[in-house]
Design a binder for this molecule. Structure first.
Ligand code: HEM
Length: 155
C-alpha cells in the first residue's frame, strides 16, 4: 500500500467521524434537545452534548485537513488550486477553513458572548437559531462529500 492510499483512507475516516457527528447532532441531538419542555434545560443539555463532541470534532477536522494536504503533496497537486476544473478541491478546502474558524476561533472566543445574550432573552429561539446553523453546516458538508467523490471520479 502506498502513502497516497494511506492518506486517502485516513482522510475518509476523518470525514466520516467529523461530518457524521455534525449530521447526528443536527438530525438527532438538537431535535431531542428542542423537545425538552423547559428550554433553559434544553440549552444546558445542548452544552453538555457540545462539550462532549467538540474535542473529537477538532481532532478529526485537523486529521482531515492534514491528510488532505498530505495527498496534495504525494500527488504533487498544489497547482490544482489554480485550476477551476478542480472546483471540488476548492469546495473541500473552503468548508474545512469554515469549520476551523468555527471550532478554533468562534466557538471558544466569540460565540459564548453572543449566545449568552440570546439565551438569557429567549432560550427556545436561541436553540432554533443553533439548529438552523447546524442544518446549514451539515448540508454544506454533505454537498462537499458528494462533490469530492464526483470530482475525483471524473464526474
Ligand atoms: C484542507 C482541506 C482538504 C484538502 C486539502 C483535501 C484534499 C483532498 C485530496 C487531494 C483528495 C484526493 C484527490 C484525488 O485523489 O485526486 C481528497 C479526497 C477526498 N476528500 Fe478531501 N480535502 C480536504 C477537506 C475535505 C473535506 C472537508 C471533505 C468533506 C467534507 C473532504 C472529502 C473528501 C472525499 C470524500 C474524498 C475522496 C474522494 C474519493 O476518493 O472518492 N475533503 N481530498
Amino acid at each position: 500500500m502506498d502513502e497516497l492510499t494511506i492518506a486517502r483512507a485516513i482522510h475518509i475516516v476523518g470525514v466520516v467521524m467529523w461530518i457524521g457527528g455534525v449530521v447526528f447532532v443536527t438530525t438527532v441531538g438538537l431535535p431531542w434537545v428542542k423537545s425538552i419542555e423547559d428550554p433553559a434545560k434544553g440549552v444546558q443539555t445542548f452544552h453538555r452534548i457540545e462539550k462532549a463532541f467538540i474535542g473529537q470534532a477538532r481532532l478529526t477536522t485537523l486529521i482531515t485537513g492534514l491528510s488532505g494536504f498530505a495527498m496534495l503533496y504525494y500527488l504533487d497537486g498544489w497547482d490544482r488550486y489554480l485550476d477551476s476544473g478542480y472546483w471540488w478541491l476548492h469546495a473541500m478546502t473552503l468548508i474545512w477553513v469554515l469549520f476551523m474558524l468555527v471550532m478554533f476561533i468562534l466557538e471558544p472566543f466569540v460565540l459564548p458572548r453572543i449566545m449568552a445574550k440570546k439565551i438569557s432573552g429567549d432560550p427556545a429561539k436561541a436553540l432554533k437559531l443553533v439548529h438552523r446553523v447546524h442544518w446549514i453546516l451539515a448540508t454544506l458538508s454533505l454537498l462537499t462529500v458528494f462533490s469530492a467523490v464526483v470530482g475525483v471520479h471524473g464526474g
